[in-house]
Design a protein around this ligand. Structure first.
Ligand SMILES: [Zn+2]
Length: 623
């Protein structure tokens, strides 16, 4: 396709991530659109990535070359399928250490079986979103792995053939259940139904509730809403009661400790509120969401944990937290109980997509003092990492606001690859919604549906084109940063009137083929954020020497003197330059894998041709 360096992937708005030591000009010349996707691996499977992109480009419409979440979806499919371990049943590697020399991968049984359901749900969602058939054979291996470890009672077992085989804990079951329900909803066949109902029966009998995060609540509610299965409702009720007993949240919605565990539980509560038509419960979820939002930044940086968790968990952003907040913002806004549309727009344009790994050349920039020589320990489930390109499309496990590699860990934890695509899907699916009330464009992001094509010129220009594929009336939400008085509307090039309903502009009597153009002034603004923890690489990074499974924190963390902890947690002030809801620069800049190097996103929007995939059938609201 072109002659970019092998280690580089350029994707959408992330074009300028390729600055510093890399020849950027090739990607930015007229011969190569900023969205050119280029990856070249020894693995012949990589050809599929390019083919998937070429298919999208062939004979497509010419549209602004701006953020298209379908691109991120194809990358996510690559990551979910290319980095599996053929020597261990095609299990996913859970940990990737960028700071160890040699670079190292490590298995972690418990988290990998959690991740199995997450990966399969995410793959189903990403294929639905993109239409991509990239690495279908690898996905089949993952379904086989799940089936092989599922016994007749419907539960997942780590060692299904062992004489004393014990089922995995409730969260692993819940994630596998959710993946199967996602697949079943798209293809409701009896063969897919029976393992779901076996699992539900056994979970009720064995009182398998709670566990980490949303427990059984989310899948049980989804299945109940889909089928009215009474066992699903019973399990949801049991899990809800157990959650109340656990006192995860204070009355005001506040919580402490692990962030993602609580926001995941909030997603379960939202599903229960919707299944029970309980608006009061949904309002409680709003309180939780607003408390959680106040613990991070409005562009989607949320810490891995809150006090009283140890300092090391409070100074970086886990992708899972951003994914949950994206899903909550989507679900709560779509419920009609709250308006978090601008939050959702900011998370999607910024942290969620910026956390996705699009380059591999950064490991050498980890400071010498943070590079640790530790031999590979096969007995601890480790292997040498020889090709980081297989992991392109993963999501950061511990990021700083300005750097993919956060101050505490130069590692990846692959739970985030399991969860972040849920956020991509929830966001993409929320751009346009269609109900009895009519067609709504909630976010000015690119998307095509059978009813409408949304072509966004943001953040280059304050402009969006909406082409009607069917006669309709349409309501378009104007983002919160735009003064509504300054919105100009044209239909087929002529000034047009519209009525206003809150932030929505409503257009009626539109014919198939009509194009609405909305334009408004776009000024840059700088917002400042204070975030606890060093800006990027620090001498406080956790070195994984003897942490056994790779998940426990080294003992030394608990022995850090209080004065040092205070010093580490001292907030750094970041300046984010926004164009609309998109950050185009972050200062101070990171130094290993700097984020928000988006200086180019100014002036006239470049164009590209694209063949956007439009699925025939969607899931009911999925978040
Ligand atoms: Zn995670």
């Amino acid at each position: 396709m072109n002659d970019l360096p092998l280690s580089v992937v350029s994707l959408g708005l992330m074009l300028t991530v390729l600055t510093s030591s890399l020849p950027l000009c090739a990607a930015n010349s007229s011969a190569h659109s900023p969205n050119d996707f280029h990856i070249s691996l020894a693995d012949p499977g990589a050809q599929w990535v390019n083919q998937a992109y070429q298919q999208r480009r062939a004979s497509g419409r010419v549209v602004p070359d701006t953020l298209d979440l379908q691109d991120n979806g194809v990358l996510a499919i690559w990551a979910l399928t290319a980095g599996l371990d053929p020597d261990l049943e095609y299990r996913a590697w859970f940990s990737i250490y960028f700071d160890r020399r040699p670079l190292c991968l490590r298995h972690h049984q418990l988290s990998e079986f959690d991740a199995l359901g997450k990966y399969l749900e995410s793959l189903t969602l990403m294929r639905l979103m993109t239409g991509s058939n990239l690495n279908l054979d690898k996905e089949a291996k993952l379904w086989e792995l799940l089936d092989r470890h599922t016994k007749a009672d419907g539960l997942v077992y780590y060692e299904p053939d062992a004489a004393d085989a014990k089922p995995a804990y409730a969260y692993t079951q819940a994630r596998a259940l959710l993946a199967r329900i996602c697949r079943y909803e798209l293809n409701p066949s009896p063969a897919l139904k029976s393992p779901i109902e076996n699992t539900l029966e056994t979970m009720v009998q064995q009182k398998l509730t709670r566990g980490f995060g949303f427990g059984a609540l989310l899948p049980a509610c989804r299945y109940y809403e889909l089928t009215e299965n009474p066992t699903a409702l019973k399990l949801a009720g049991m899990d809800y009661a157990a959650m109340l007993e656990e006192k995860l949240f204070a009355e005001a919605g506040s919580f402490g400790g692990h962030f993602h565990m609580h926001t995941g539980a909030a997603l379960g509560l939202l599903a229960y509120g919707q299944a029970q038509h309980d608006t009061n419960l949904i309002r409680k979820v709003c309180k939780i969401y607003e408390f959680a939002r106040a613990q991070g930044t409005e562009f989607g940086y949320f810490p891995e944990a809150l006090p009283p968790a140890p300092w090391v968990m409070r100074i970086s952003n886990e992708g899972c937290c951003t994914a949950d907040m994206t899903c909550l913002a989507a679900g709560l806004s779509r419920s009609g109980v709250a308006d978090y549309w601008d939050d959702l727009d900011r998370y999607l344009r910024n942290q969620l997509t910026e956390l996705q790994m699009k380059r591999t050349d950064f490991t050498d920039r980890i400071p010498q003092e943070n590079q640790v020589p530790i031999p590979i320990r096969p007995e601890a489930g480790e292997a040498r990492l020889v090709d980081l390109k297989r992991f392109i499309g993963c999501f950061a496990g511990w990021a700083a606001p300005n750097d993919f590699a956060g101050p505490a860990h130069f590692w990846l934890q692959q739970c985030c690859l399991g969860n972040c695509p849920r956020g991509l899907y929830a966001g993409w699916d929320s751009i346009v919604t269609s109900s009895r009330a009519g067609l709504r464009v909630n976010l000015l992001l690119n998307r095509s549906t059978p009813e409408i094509d949304v072509d966004s010129f943001l953040p280059y220009e304050g402009k969006v084109n909406l082409r009607l594929n069917k006669a309709a009336k349409v309501a378009v939400r104007i983002p919160g940063w735009v003064n509504l008085e300054n919105v100009q509307a044209k239909v087929n090039g002529r000034n047009s009137n519209y009525s206003r309903n809150g932030r929505y502009c409503e257009f009626e009597h539109l014919k198939s083929g009509d194009t609405i153009t909305l334009s408004f002034p776009l000024a840059e603004r700088v917002l400042k954020y204070k975030v606890p923890g060093p800006a990027w690489a620090s001498k406080y990074s956790v070195v994984d020497e003897n942490s056994g499974s790779g998940m426990e924190l080294p003992k030394s963390i608990g022995q850090t003197p209080p004065e040092t902890v205070k010093q580490i947690l001292a907030p750094v002030e970041y300046s984010a330059t926004y164009r609309g809801n998109t950050i185009v620069d972050m200062q101070p800049a990171g130094g290993i894998y700097p984020l928000y190097q988006r200086f180019e996103l100014r002036g006239k929007a470049p164009l590209r041709s694209v063949n956007r995939y439009v699925p025939e059938k969607l899931l009911r609201d999925w978040y």
